[in-house]
Design a protein. Structure first.
Length: 219
């Protein structure tokens, strides 16, 4: 049987968006890559908050929710998922969590607290955009909190999806698909795709090992 090697052609590429033409691959495999872009490639998001002061009109929970949805720049070389970290601590460590501090006061006039007011202990891990409004403060109000960001996956919560769009469309010819991925800004679009393929390969390798272990057990 002749095996056709899959071919990948880059149609368009920037940090925000990548369009690929996948040639000679099975639809289910192409679709798995697409799903992995959304659900399996980790990115950073704020997950835990310690409120020190909140005299704004927003409830703590709403503030926490808003902070969780702020896309953060992610570095998958230096950080690991907490469940895969060797610290084994629920508090996390330098490899599995990042502290961001918010200390905002409206002195004598109202102000809008923005994502750019978050100060990160790791300057690489910070909001993708500094211009996301978080909360409005009236004169005299203040918000002080510690926010802990960690890696997570889109299958846990949408806030950890590195891709805002991952779409698969039919290309011209059999076994030709176009995959378009748009990044939230947490990771370069191309890295989302390469990491998705990496994760898919890891899963297949685990499955392979699991199957061969079971087959060996039965011998
Ligand atoms: Zn750790």
């Amino acid at each position: 049987m002749g095996l056709v090697l899959p071919k990948v052609k880059v149609i368009a590429e920037s940090d925000e968006e990548v369009s690929l033409q996948l040639d000679g691959i099975d639809r289910s495999y192409a679709n798995a890559i697409r799903r992995f872009c959304i659900a399996e490639v980790p990115s950073m998001a704020i997950d835990d908050i310690v409120i020190l002061e909140n005299s704004s009109v927003l409830y703590d929970e709403i503030l926490a929710h808003r902070l969780g949805m702020v896309p953060l720049r992610t570095d998958l070389e230096r950080y690991v998922l907490p469940e895969k970290c060797d610290c084994g601590s629920p508090l996390g460590c330098q490899k599995c969590r990042v502290l961001l501090v918010l200390d905002a006061v409206a002195q004598d006039k109202p102000r809008t607290v923005m994502s750019g007011d978050l100060v990160s202990e790791d300057r690489e891990i910070k909001p993708v955009s500094p211009n996301i409004p978080l909360v409005k403060l009236a004169a005299g109000q203040a918000v002080k909190l510690e926010a802990y960001a960690r890696l997570g996956r889109g299958k846990e919560h949408a806030k950890w999806q590195p891709a805002t769009v991952a779409a698969l469309t039919e290309g011209k010819g059999e076994g030709v698909f176009n995959l378009k991925v748009e990044s939230s800004g947490s990771l370069p679009a191309k890295e989302i795709v390469t990491r998705a393929i990496e994760k898919l390969e890891e899963k297949l390798a685990e499955l392979h090992k699991d199957v061969s272990d079971k087959v060996n057990d039965e011998k």
